[in-house]
Ligand binder design. Structure first.
Ligand code: KDG
Ligand code: MG
Length: 404
């Protein structure tokens, strides 16, 4: 079998998604997600201009060899653009291999290690009462665990607290200039324990509660927050510091028993080396889409397993259903599965990417369709072309740029 076509499809059914579609001389097709939120077209060019010409004529069964030749052969290694492009090729090749075998991908990864995949959903509110309503809504949808994010008194726009329209549906910030959010670390550190207190008082001790600091704290601030949250037994504190400084997590780890989750912006195992070998974290958070695909993420999970660290694949709305499908197959197969983030997609997105995976009672299952189980409706995709969009930037009260 040979690859005869490599096509990059960009579509925006509410937000931008980049998809690689490979076709073989036997008529099999494979899809891979290459969406890099806010920098989508850089990956489109990387794939279309530099990778696609190398793929035609290759045997799609040679996944490891193709991965190594794209990673090592570029000379310029790592980075989100490179690794998102390689991820798309890797997942598309796994999709083809599994279709050729007539099996769902998880069977090629060792088969199911569990019946279904536990998820967490996002609850948020501009204030605590609104957050409590949002937690209630997630529980009514069946989510077994909930990430809680709240507005901070004195701040007008905070990460994780989405604007909503009259119907309560989230408003997406698809705009040509970044939205400016504001930030005050002292106010945040004062408010978050009160948020946990209120949610525990309302929903009791058993509900797993997660929280995302989104890279905003210094090590000593993160240590403080981890300690202050201990009485509320969080499931985890996510991205408390900008963790490309891996050593920073040593101080946090020494100071608190609050479990730590890190890694959604990482793209190779090297970003995790000290974090894993020194057991500084509890969950690895990389997405298939940003980590070079199923091949390296499987290796990361196996490495992490030796240190009793679990998987927790990044699953916000900007991972397309193609990236989500690949994640769900891995989740079902790996032994050290922890939890899967799942926000779901808009009905239109689910129409553009028809998928076999299902979400029932707060749990995902990849389904039994051969491959990753996603069909791309190219006509519908073309009806929703790319729209320029940026992630927000964050500024302190005096105008200084802070981590977003
Ligand atoms: O594109 C950025 C988002 O993927 C990120 O902000 C979401 O932090 C996130 C999460 O935990 O889902
Ligand atoms: Mg996050």
């Amino acid at each position: 079998m040979k690859i005869v076509d490599a096509k990059v499809v960009v579509t925006s059914p509410g937000r931008n998604f980049v998809t690689l579609k490979l076709t073989t001389d036997e008529g099999l097709t494979g899809l891979g997600d290459a969406t890099l939120n806010g920098r989508e077209l850089a990956v489109v060019s990387y794939l279309a201009d530099h990778v696609a010409p190398l793929l035609t004529g290759l045997d799609p069964h040679r996944i490891e060899d193709t991965w190594q030749s794209l990673y090592r052969g570029a000379y310029w290694r790592r980075g989100p653009v490179t690794m998102a492009a390689i991820a798309a090729v890797d997942v598309a090749l796994w999709d083809i291999k599994a279709k050729a075998a007539g099996l769902p991908l998880y069977q090629l990864l060792g088969g199911a290690s569990r019946e279904r995949i536990g998820t967490y959903g996002h609850a948020n509110g501009r204030d605590i009462p609104e957050l409590l309503d949002s937690v209630r809504a997630r529980l009514a949808e069946g989510y077994p665990a909930v990430r809680i994010q709240s507005g901070i008194p004195g701040l007008k726009a905070v990460y994780g607290v989405s604007d909503t329209d009259d119907t309560g549906a989230p408003v997406l910030h698809q705009q040509a200039r970044p939205l400016v959010e504001d930030w005050d670390t002292a106010a945040y550190l004062r408010h978050v324990p009160a948020v946990f207190e209120a949610v525990r008082a309302e929903f009791g001790p058993e509900l797993p509660l997660l929280h995302d600091s989104h890279h905003r704290l210094t090590p000593i601030q993160a240590a403080r927050l981890g300690r202050d949250l201990e009485p509320y037994r969080p499931f985890w504190l996510e991205d408390c510091t900008p963790a490309e400084n891996q050593e920073a997590l040593r101080l946090v780890r020494r100071s608190t028993t609050t479990p730590l989750a890190v890694g959604e912006v990482f793209n190779t195992v090297y970003d995790y080396q000290a974090l894993i070998t020194e057991q500084l974290i509890d969950y690895v958070r990389s997405a298939v889409t940003h980590f070079g695909g199923v091949t390296p993420l499987r290796k990361l999970f196996d490495f992490a397993a030796q240190y009793q660290i679990k998987s927790a694949i990044h699953g916000p709305e900007d991972i397309s259903p193609v990236g989500m499908a690949a994640a769900v197959h891995l989740d079902l197969a790996v032994h050290n599965f922890g939890i899967q983030e799942f926000s779901g997609h808009t009905p239109l997105t689910d129409e553009v990417f028809r998928h076999a995976y299902t979400f029932t009672d707060g749990h995902l299952h990849p389904g039994e369709a051969p491959g990753i189980g996603v069909e791309l409706d190219e006509e519908l995709a073309a009806a929703h072309p790319y729209a320029p969009a940026y992630l927000p930037v964050n500024r302190l009260h005096d105008g200084t740029v802070h981590d977003w």
